[in-house]
Design a protein around this ligand. Structure first.
Ligand code: FPP
Length: 250
């Protein structure tokens, strides 16, 4: 069997965790049971990322669009997140895992956000693995927020419109202190990005698997990473340029 090359691990992996509802339907269970089993997969991928040494993991747990789901499902999702934050806290602290929030705090139920914010504070100094939970997150909203923050810097006289480079803009994204996104994984076979990390996806490798999220555990994660390691990332260059050290334009 193929082995992971520890020197070529992605530094930043993001996951669209899709298929909880279908997993439940197949078993004649309600959708919330699918989300609950999905939370077990979240535990599994965090544990695997820590064990093999992936330093940044971003998980799409609740999108801006998810508010349109039936009210009872939305409530159940937030309660599940709160239970998850509570139950995982000791393990996260013990394993020195930093937790951060990508998304809009406004709108998240206050009791959930209070516990989440205190976990973020408690783990802020850790560096073993960073888990970014995308909650009440939208990629377009993130770009608009960054544009507004840059405009505010201009208005306050801290910079000029002509200072707007990619690097200057990225400083206002949630991913400001995070390495480039290397790999996006999406479960359950849908081929779309669903308003996730739109800016950061520019050069990411995309891996789509038919596996439903509750069935995505360590073996499936390793398979995605092996697939990533078989790819050639060219960043706009040719294969020949990558294999030799021919400089661009020659
Ligand atoms: C998509 O499946 C999944 C979600 C909208 C929520 C993701 C939540 C979890 C994985 C559980 C809790 C998360 C954490 C961090 C503890 P879907 O319901 O859209 O599935 P379907 O497309 O089959 O209906």
């Amino acid at each position: 069997m193929d082995r992971l090359d520890p020197n070529r691990l992605p530094r930043h992996v993001a996951i669209i965790m899709d298929g909880n509802g279908r997993w439940a339907q197949k078993r004649l269970l309600n959708r919330v049971a699918g989300h609950e089993e999905g939370a077990e997969s979240v535990r599994a991928v965090i544990e695997t990322a820590r064990r093999i040494g992936i330093p940044h993991l971003t998980l799409y747990a609740f999108s801006k669009e998810n508010w349109q789901r039936p009210k009872h499902e939305v409530q159940a999702l937030w309660q599940l997140l709160r239970r998850f934050i509570r139950s995982e806290r000791p393990k996260l602290l013990e394993n020195r895992i930093r937790v951060r929030h990508f998304g809009d705090p406004e709108g998240i139920p206050e009791d959930v956000y209070a516990e989440f914010a205190s976990l973020i504070r408690e783990t802020a100094g850790f560096d073993k693995l960073t888990v970014n939970l995308a909650l009440n997150y939208g990629g377009r909203q993130e770009i608009l927020r960054a544009a507004a923050l840059f405009a505010e810097d201009v208005r306050a006289g801290r910079c000029n419109p002509s200072d707007l480079t990619q690097e200057a803009f990225e400083k206002h994204l949630f991913t400001a202190d995070t390495p480039e996104l290397d790999l996006l994984i999406r479960t359950s076979g849908e081929c779309r990005v669903s308003n996730f990390l739109l800016w950061q996806l520019a050069y990411a490798e995309i891996y789509i698997t038919e596996t439903l999220w509750p069935d995505f555990r360590e073996p499936q994660f390793i398979e995605a990473l092996l697939d990533y390691q078989r790819r050639e990332r060219r960043f706009g260059k040719t294969s020949e340029q990558l294999r030799s050290s021919i400089p661009p334009n020659s």
